[in-house]
Design a protein around this ligand. Structure first.
Ligand code: MN
Length: 480
């Protein structure tokens, strides 16, 4: 893609974009990087150009595209920020400065990781577009990683898996997360990557044609029932996420237990049509019990919305089908970027709120900085409590407690109060008594049963708890 293609694409989603400024930024960057080449031997400008291309794919605004084109100018060619500000304005200069600062943080293992994350959140809290430019920059760098030394490959790939991908996930940017993870995984663990890719390819060989027939049949049936289908396609799981699932204790490497290796995805025109489509699908094929997930009524806490169902299709093959409308699809793929775009172009001004809501955790994290500086537990709590998908749990009084996915009632008790954790003997989940090791689900109402005479927590909980808070409290109580 050259700059003309990018400009064309930006115009297609934002007619009022300042394309002169985009072209000016391109010329400026090309001139500034003139004497530089990439390790691949290509002219340096190919890199900012690829970064801008990715940003246009995310439908980002003209300011972000301009900053994407200029993102390495200050760091690599010593052109002062003042000069960028003079030519392209304060906002662009501020974005370039943010990206440059992030670029200076080098991942060197655990201690530095805390510091990197801290700075990352401060930059994000200031302007979320900084991290979006950084994602685009990183994806192109990963795609040309083969030209670097093994040391550098590993550093960049590990940093991507540990820091960038979880942040993309938390921002609801599923497509970006998947790209980051698959590129990085290939370098961090080439053997496993090759194994899982092989499994995937044999699945595609085995089921590709079959799925195609099912897809056509479903399309016809939905049309017959007047469901307006915008698209039906089959999407395959990304390599890294398949790898993670294969390693889950309930799967133990058994691919036949994973129903969404290749799933059908139906995109319809409205929320009502999602439910209509679900009805048609269940008339056509029998659903598997307990596998209907309505993330429209109850979105995941990173904002993900869709309906998932798993059915016995023709010949008894089990397949997963995902149903969503176009807005849900854009949000699932591009997350915060999609919200931001809708708000910016004024298509849906009401969408400003969810952005602010999504950003609140970023603001919180940026504020923690001083308190937790150089505290290795800060790192653990970030990795475990913040960068994971969260679920919302209700107290009997209706208060909402946010917990990482996979939490158990003990985690819930400790988040509410240390004493509640230390004295708990049982739990009611949705009014039924359940073991304390039960995995909680989004929307559960949890009541903790306590015994005042109880001396302290049970160390047997340790392998089951998910939050660092609970883990620390249990360990501490054991020491006294
Ligand atoms: Mn760069």
């Amino acid at each position: 893609m050259d700059i003309d293609d990018i400009i064309k694409q930006v115009r297609s989603y934002d007619a009022g974009a300042d394309t002169d400024l985009i072209r000016l930024a391109y010329d400026f960057a090309k001139e500034a990087h003139r004497t530089y080449t990439r390790k691949s031997g290509q002219p340096y400008i190919t890199h900012p150009l690829a970064t801008a291309e990715k940003l246009a794919e995310l439908k980002m605004d003209d300011t972000t595209i301009v900053a994407g084109l200029l993102h390495d100018v200050h760091e690599d060619t010593a052109i002062p920020l003042k000069e960028i500000e003079k030519q392209f304005g304060k906002e662009v200069a501020r974005l370039v400065e943010g990206v440059t600062k992030l670029g200076k943080l080098k991942y060197r293992g655990v201690e530095r990781y805390v510091e990197s994350l801290r700075k990352m959140f401060i930059a994000m809290a200031d302007d979320i577009r900084v991290i979006i430019i950084k994602f685009a920059d990183r994806i192109h760098n990963l795609s040309t990683l083969s030209y670097l030394s093994r040391d550098k490959q590993l550093r960049i790939a590990r940093e991507t898996l540990e820091i960038y991908a979880p942040i993309a996930n938390r921002l609801g940017m599923g497509e970006i997360r998947d790209q980051l993870e698959d590129f990085a995984f290939r370098y961090v663990d080439p053997k496993s990557y090759a194994q899982v890719a092989k499994i995937m390819n044999s699945r595609i060989k085995m089921f590709g044609d079959y799925l195609d027939k099912i897809r056509q049949k479903l399309g016809k049936e939905l049309a017959k029932a007047n469901v307006k289908v915008l698209d039906i396609n089959s999407r395959q799981k990304h390599i890294y996420s398949l790898y993670k699932k294969l390693n889950r204790p309930d799967i133990k490497g058994d691919i036949t237990k994973i129903y969404d290796v290749i799933a059908l995805r139906v995109i319809v025109s409205s929320v009502e049509q999602c439910y209509a489509a679900l009805g048609i699908i269940h008339q056509l094929w029998k659903p598997l019990k307990g596998r209907i997930k309505d993330y429209i009524a109850q979105p995941k806490t990173n904002g993900y919305r869709s309906i998932h169902t798993t059915v016995f299709s023709d010949k008894g093959q089990i397949i997963e089908i995902q149903i969503r409308d176009q807005a849900m699809h854009d949000e699932a793929e591009y997350g915060i970027a999609a919200h931001w775009h809708y708000a910016e172009t004024g298509k849906s001004k009401n969408d400003v709120k969810p952005i602010t809501k999504k950003l609140r955790w970023v603001q919180e994290l940026a504020k923690w900085k001083k308190k937790y500086k150089n505290d290795p537990q800060y790192l653990e709590s970030l990795k475990i409590d913040v960068l994971q998908n969260q679920i919302l749990i209700f107290t009997p009084k209706g208060d909402v407690i946010e917990l990482p996915e996979g939490s158990i009632p003990v985690d819930f008790a400790y988040i509410v109060h240390t004493d509640l954790g230390n004295k708990c003997t049982g739990a009611k989940i949705n009014n039924k008594i359940r073991p304390l090791e039960t995995t909680l689900r989004n929307g559960d109402v949890v009541e903790i049963i306590t015994d005042k005479k109880r001396k302290g927590p049970n160390p047997d909980w340790l392998p089951f708890v998910k939050t660092q808070v609970a883990r620390n409290r249990i360990r501490k109580a054991r020491q006294v």
